[in-house]
Design a protein around this ligand. Structure first.
Ligand code: DHB
Ligand code: FE
Length: 324
């Protein structure tokens, strides 16, 4: 088909009307962004001769994504989360804010309000007997190697089936979610279970999109972190366990070379006894370097809707850092 109408003044005027350019009310940025978005999509429809059938099947797909709250799942799969990280890295580089452990995506499965502990916490509820015992530990330091005492280390990860508590209703509340404050040496330690990789639910709208691209929806075994301390830049990151078939083939593009960490199996009975465990375990060590900052807004995580986190929490976080 050779019909091309996008460049006509009729369509161009129509786009301005649709975007509210002739209206006094509304929000200027919303108008500009909508105009650009619609222009790009209208052009795409013209260029690819998108048929009504294709258009309405896309609308239906968006409805199912929204109906199953899967936009947050599809977003990393389409690389948006990683793209925002790439932009933030570039913004930091331009501002000469270098150093510290690299960031990587938060993912859609954080839940606020996990139980807090000093130095050590057990994260699993003991119900998941398929999970190998994991001893997860590390030291939080500044970029000069000095320990950071009292850093807030929030950790969350999946169980042996790849499911996250709260979203997976078979798990107990806050299972595999803890907040640990570092001890006098800047150390945190968690007893937990080795997580399995996560897979996008089979047949779900997100899966349909990925399949249409010939892609899979698998993530390697990984562990999420938020790390913060007064005077330091808030860090959102995660580690990917080495040796997983998806370590370097992550559908969510979260893997970074510096964040691939081995799980070392330990069978030595003295080491087992030292940790008061009943048998062999796997140790995962993740040390973190935090960059300094005076800017309070860089000391907290960016705002986004999160399970069990409301505006109030965000406001008190900000107030907490502003005091110091
Ligand atoms: C998704 C799931 C995760 O556990 C994660 O860390 C990132 C993304 C997802 O389903 O999109
Ligand atoms: Fe995850």
């Amino acid at each position: 088909m050779t019909v091309k109408i996008f460049e006509t003044s009729e369509v161009q005027d129509f786009l301005k009307t649709v975007s509210g350019f002739d209206q006094a009310g509304g929000n200027e940025r919303a108008k500009q962004i909508m105009h650009r978005l619609l222009s790009d999509l209208y052009r795409l429809i013209d260029d690819f001769d998108v048929t009504p059938e294709e258009y309405w099947s896309a609308v239906s797909l968006l409805n199912s994504l929204g109906g199953q709250t899967q936009f947050g799942l599809l977003s990393p799969g389409l690389g948006f989360d990683h793209y925002l990280d790439m932009r933030q890295d570039a913004i930091d580089a331009e501002a000469k804010r270098n150093g510290g452990t690299p960031r990587t995506i938060e993912g859609p499965l954080y839940v606020a309000g996990a139980p807090e502990a000093e130095g050590f916490a057990r994260m699993d509820d003991g119900q998941d007997t398929d999970g190998e015992t994991m001893w997860l530990t590390g030291q939080v330091r500044d970029v000069n190697g000095n320990p950071v005492t009292g850093a807030k280390v929030e950790i969350w990860h999946a169980n042996s089936k790849g499911g996250y508590s709260f979203f997976d209703k078979t798990q107990s509340e806050y299972n595999l979610r803890r907040t640990i404050y570092t001890d006098a040496e800047g150390r945190y330690t968690a007893r937990s279970i080795i997580p399995s990789g996560y897979g996008v639910p089979e047949g779900a709208p997100t899966d349909q999109v990925l399949k249409s691209l010939g892609r899979h929806g698998e993530r390697p075994a990984h562990i999420h972190y938020f790390i913060s301390a007064p005077g330091y830049r808030h860090l959102t990151t995660q580690i990917n366990l080495a040796g997983d078939p998806y370590t370097f083939d992550d559908f969510a593009f979260a893997t970074r070379e510096e964040l691939v960490v081995p799980a070392n199996r330990i069978e030595d009975s003295a080491e087992i006894a030292k940790r008061e465990l009943d048998g062999p375990f796997s140790e995962v060590v993740f040390d973190v370097a935090l960059a300094e900052t005076d800017a309070p807004e860089l000391q907290i995580r960016h705002k986004r809707p999160r399970a069990k986190e409301d505006e109030q929490d965000q406001a008190s976080q900000l107030a907490g850092t502003a005091e110091v």
